[in-house]
Design a protein around this ligand. Structure first.
Ligand code: EPZ
Length: 425
């Protein structure tokens, strides 16, 4: 397991391009099995989760290769509709092959994805939806392997109890080659759902309502080859905005998904951070002491994203007052609190309401801290950038799941940061 060593105190300056979107790449990589042909996916981030999804494609019989950040997939041949237990255990997003393989092969065998550090992560919405589309589900082994099969997928009305991103994506993946029409009520509106629809429409799918809470899919007979350029990663973009704010820096982020970050930009401006937009570029700077924000609640899109909660918490730890965060999406996304306390942060938790009350301090102090999930790890790196002295973030491999190279990117903005082995930390 690698660590990241940060020497705090540098104000981030300069210019940085934002990488392609992890959470758009993952469902689209699953979707590449649907067109029985070629996908050219440009601006694809080279991150652990993408490499993992590619391994699964190869397990299934597809061939892949890279040219720079362009991923080529040939899904002409699928030799088996089974995703190994090991693959699913390593990364829960593999569950997106449930809908994709049902769409392609009318069968799939896949392990039940476990929970993770931020929550139980159940898939009941996914399985209930598949059953409504004429799919039979049986549980093999001691119940942790799911075998789903059907003679044909029949479109239906799907009512989601919660606008689940993954469940919305799996229903879309299963319905694009089905018979009839599927209507999704209370669909997730996240930009990554829209991006999946954009890719599938490029390949010939018939989808309307993308980006709204009502999505309609008319099944077609087949999809064709497609070349597609991925949108930039809005969470990576938001992460680097908060890093600039926390270090009282002044920097420009290019290829920036401005429209998809409205809620984060709005909150950051409340802290006194200045954000100027120019085409697809954004200048972020902060010259005065960060201000607290009365309350931030994480919500489904377009509300404040749960994936930015940890990063914003770090910023608020440095403000001159009291702020409150309420995590409404996941049941245990405050793993960073104990780590930030080691650096001198003042945070109280009210577990019953999933609430964190942050009292800002003048200065954080460097410490050895541990990353529990990729966004929490990135937030600890930000804390290290702002802290007095040296911080070592252990378990940094979790950060590499979603950030192509956080040390490369932040060093390009002047940070004193590098990877180091756990033992050297
Ligand atoms: C996606 O996860 C993202 N992952 C997550 O980003 C993100 O935090 C999450 O959406 C919410 O925005 C990818 O896109 C690969 P959900 P997903 O289904 O689809 C409950 C990151 O850091 N639920 O919208 O798994 C669930 O427990 C990751 O990049 C059920 O109860 O999220 C959670 O409380 C972390 N039953 C809520 O819904 C279900 O069948 C939202 O989950 C499905 C979900």
């Amino acid at each position: 397991m690698s660590s990241i060593k940060v020497v705090g105190g540098e104000q981030l300056k300069g210019e940085l391009k934002i990488q392609g979107s992890k959470n758009a790449a993952l469902p689209i990589i699953a979707a590449t099995v649907l067109n029985k042909g070629i996908t050219i996916l440009r601006n694809c981030p080279k991150i652990l989760d993408v490499f993992h999804m590619i391994n699964i494609l190869e397990e299934l019989g597809c061939t892949t290769n890279w040219e720079g950040n362009t991923l080529y997939v040939d899904s002409s041949v699928i030799t088996t509709p089974s995703v190994s237990e090991d693959s699913v255990r390593k990364m829960r997003s593999s569950i997106l092959f449930l809908g994709a393989l049902l769409g392609r092969c009318h069968e799939v065998t896949i392990a039940y994805p476990g929970g993770c550090s931020i929550g139980k992560r159940p898939i009941d919405y996914h399985l209930n939806a598949m059953k409504k589309m004429n799919v039979t589900e049986e549980f093999l082994g001691d119940g942790d392997i799911i075998h789903c099969y059907t003679d044909k997928i029949i479109g239906n009305d799907i009512f989601l109890e919660f606008p689940s991103v993954g469940a919305t994506q799996n229903v879309i993946l299963a319905s694009v080659l089905s018979e009839g029409r599927t209507r999704i009520f209370n669909a997730a509106r996240e930009p990554e759902v829209t991006e999946l629809c954009n890719y599938l429409q490029e390949a010939g799918a018939r989808i309307c309502g993308k980006g709204t809470s009502y999505i309609e899919v008319e099944g077609v007979k087949e999809l064709h080859d497609v070349a597609f350029t991925l949108m930039p990663d809005r969470i990576v973009a938001g992460t680097y905005m908060t890093a600039i704010a926390a270090t009282y820096g002044d920097a420009v982020l290019t290829d920036f998904p401005i429209r998809e970050l409205d809620s984060v930009i709005r909150v950051l401006r409340k802290t006194g951070c200045k954000i100027e937009t120019l085409d697809d570029n954004v200048r972020v700077y902060c010259k005065k002491r960060l201000q607290p924000v009365e309350i931030i609640k994480t919500q489904p899109y377009p509300g404040f994203p749960t994936d930015m909660q940890s990063q914003m918490m770090t910023v608020l730890c440095l403000s001159n007052g009291e702020s409150t965060i309420v995590e409404k999406i996941f049941e245990s996304r405050y793993q960073n609190v104990d780590e930030l306390r080691k650096m001198g942060a003042k945070i109280d938790l009210e577990a019953s309401e999933n609430k964190a009350i942050i009292t800002g301090v003048e200065q954080l102090n460097g410490a050895v801290v541990k990353s529990h999930d990729l966004r929490g790890g990135a937030a600890l790196v930000i804390a290290g950038l702002a802290a007095e002295g040296t911080t070592v973030v252990q378990g940094a491999t979790s950060i590499e799941r979603g950030y192509e190279d956080i040390c490369r990117d932040l060093a390009a903005l002047g940070a004193n940061i590098r990877y180091c082995s756990e033992s050297a930390s």
